[in-house]
Design a protein. Structure first.
Length: 594
């Protein structure tokens, strides 16, 4: 596994990082590709093959297991292109500003290879040649990791309407596509435990150690807290499946779907992982070894440890350094800021311009997702513009071609998507008959087609037109992006992360811990409003517990500021004042349950 860089680029939507490995893997930077939309993957393979003069054979939907085959084909394509990039780069001469120089210049300044590179530039003769050889041999690509959102797991049927076996569901087919590929990488499971999916992984040898203790198909769990990590980790470990990394993601201070905790904040969550890290590792290691030993498989190395990383709302090198050092993290994830880096992600020019021109209020948590989970959105996106125009024309909803999010059986046994024209027309008729409220209808009409909107930018960024001319783009940046303005080079963003330079960020941006707390206080306010005017005792207890957890988090941060230098003095003084203000807001929201 590549460990040269201490950050990775997480998955963003269906299309924003779909080809990121082709852009950044050559520089040793790992990124995550969504493999949920096989239509998009097939189209991307077709376009890149045509542009590169590479033979391409279409995988038709009529083929058996076409979804898994498309995913395997695309991942193999990425693998082959990255290998070609690495071979070409290793043949380049040093000192001429080529990719081979950029590879080492992007490394953090404390990395021995960064210093060795600069030593080589000043050397001559045999000494320089020897150093060049050392550097060439040290080059390795960033990982091609994939993401499967575990809840997006529709059961599929054949053309006659007969339900297909479980392994042909969307999530299991995606996992099979990854498992059968040549990629030496990891699958990131996000959105919680899916027993069928997790159990299915045990059918593929790549997820188990070989005779050298090496695992070629690794598992990364995206989790919101320690309890979730332990439950999911044990479930997998009892099947002999090792977790190579736990990616802790902020519940609200992130992009895409937002999975709020019950008021548990990032700082206390990271503290618990720090305190219980060895306990977690030992429990999972013991369970894995027991299974592997009982089944006669190769066992894990005795010293193997799961990595612990964090992602969500990071904005400065100081924050990045503090979290990494104080909580003993193995790395961090930087997502939304990379939407402003065309060298790393695929954002069409129109959407990029809209991001740069957007006000803070344009970044908001919406009801746009058909999954019924809060979804980070941009009010000024072309996708939002299209949604509103369709309502104004009395044609709400979207045509539903891909059906990845078709889960509702509210109106029939056949599942349909809540963002579809069919569903929204049926809901509108209920409203016209006074069977649902205006508020309920508005929430339904806020649903948007994520299948098309989140995949379109990748096609548009390549200068192509999406099928059926569906060019409207949905984008799901985290709240943190509101403070970044401009287009940045890969070098600028990476140097910013490592503290080599400081790109301009809105001066009003609060510390990552404070921003998340503000988001949770706003979330609590919504929950309180939802409970009025007659909250049940159970709901009052939930709100009270939520408030207690937030208060405990504030106490933790106050103590942390008193004991540790986590940022500049003026930043910490401001944090103290912000914590006091937010505590007052919390106290004014939820009365204690008597």
């Amino acid at each position: 596994m590549n460990t040269l860089h201490s950050f990775h680029i997480p998955v963003m939507g269906l299309g924003y990082t779909v080809d990121s490995p082709l852009k950044v893997a050559r520089f040793g930077i790992s990124s995550v590709v969504s493999i949920m939309d096989d239509h998009l993957l097939e189209e991307m393979r077709r376009i890149y093959s045509r542009k590169g003069g590479i033979p391409y054979q279409y995988i038709d939907e009529k083929e058996e297991d076409y979804r898994a085959k498309r995913i395997t084909a695309y991942l193999d394509f990425l693998h082959e292109r990255v290998e070609a990039h690495m071979t070409e780069m290793k043949s380049q001469s040093f000192g001429e500003g080529a990719d081979i120089d950029k590879y080492f210049e992007l490394l953090p300044s404390e990395n021995p290879l960064f210093n060795l590179y600069h030593e080589m530039l000043g050397a001559k003769g045999p000494e320089r040649l020897a150093l060049e050889e050392l550097l060439r041999n040290a080059i390795q690509p960033g990982a091609i990791d994939v993401n499967i959102m575990t809840k997006v797991d529709k059961i599929n049927s054949d053309k006659e309407g007969n339900e297909l076996p479980r392994e042909f569901s969307d999530a299991l087919s995606a996992l099979r596509g990854f498992a059968m590929s040549r990629v030496d990488g990891a699958v990131v499971f996000s959105a919680g435990l899916n027993p069928a999916l997790y159990s299915y992984a045990a059918q593929f040898p790549g997820f188990f150690p070989d005779q050298f203790g090496r695992i070629t198909k690794r598992i990364i769990l995206k989790v919101s807290d320690y309890r979730s990590a332990l439950i999911q980790g044990k479930f997998l470990a009892k099947k002999g499946l090792w977790i190579s990394e736990f990616r802790i993601e902020s519940g609200l201070n992130c992009g895409g779907h937002a999975f709020a905790t019950d008021g548990f904040l990032a700082g206390p969550i990271l503290e618990e992982f720090k305190t219980k890290r060895e306990e977690l590792s030992q429990a999972l290691h013991a369970a894995c070894q027991q299974y592997l030993s009982d089944t006669g498989g190769f066992i894990l190395p005795a010293d193997i440890q799961p990595k612990i990383t964090y992602q969500g709302g990071l904005g400065t090198a100081t924050e990045n350094r503090f979290l990494t050092e104080y909580y003993a993290l193995d790395g961090t994830g930087w997502g939304s800021p990379f939407l402003l880096v065309p060298e790393a992600t695929s954002v069409d020019k129109d959407t990029l311009d809209r991001l740069i021109q957007a006000k803070k209020s344009d970044f908001y948590l919406s009801h746009a997702s058909p999954l019924g989970v809060p979804f980070n959105n941009l009010r000024t996106s072309s996708g939002e513009q299209q949604r509103v125009e369709r309502i104004e024309k009395n044609r709400p909803g979207s045509p539903c071609y891909k059906k990845f999010l078709a889960f509702s059986k509210e109106f029939s046994e056949k599942s349909i998507c809540t963002a579809s024209r069919e569903y929204q027309n049926l809901k509108t008729k209920l409203f016209e008959r006074n069977e649902i409220s205006r508020e309920q209808l508005d929430e339904t009409l806020e649903k948007d087609c994520l299948c098309e909107g989140l995949s379109a930018p990748a096609i548009l960024a390549l200068g192509e037109t999406p099928k059926r001319n569906l060019k409207a783009v949905t984008i799901c940046p985290g709240p943190n992006l509101a403070y970044f303005k401009g287009v940045f080079s890969l070098r600028e963003m990476v140097d910013h992360i490592y503290g080599k330079i400081q790109i301009t960020i809105d001066a009003s941006r609060p510390h990552v811990f404070i921003k998340e707390l503000e988001l949770y206080v706003a979330h609590l306010q919504k929950e309180v409003t939802k409970a009025l005017p007659e909250p049940t005792a159970k709901y009052e207890a939930y709100l009270s517990k939520f408030r207690e957890n937030l208060t405990a988090g504030i106490q933790y941060y106050n103590k942390l500021i008193d004991e540790v230098s986590l940022d500049a003095e003026e930043v910490m003084l401001q944090m103290k004042e912000q914590l006091r203000f937010l505590q007052e807001q919390i106290e004014g929201l939820v009365p204690s349950v008597s």
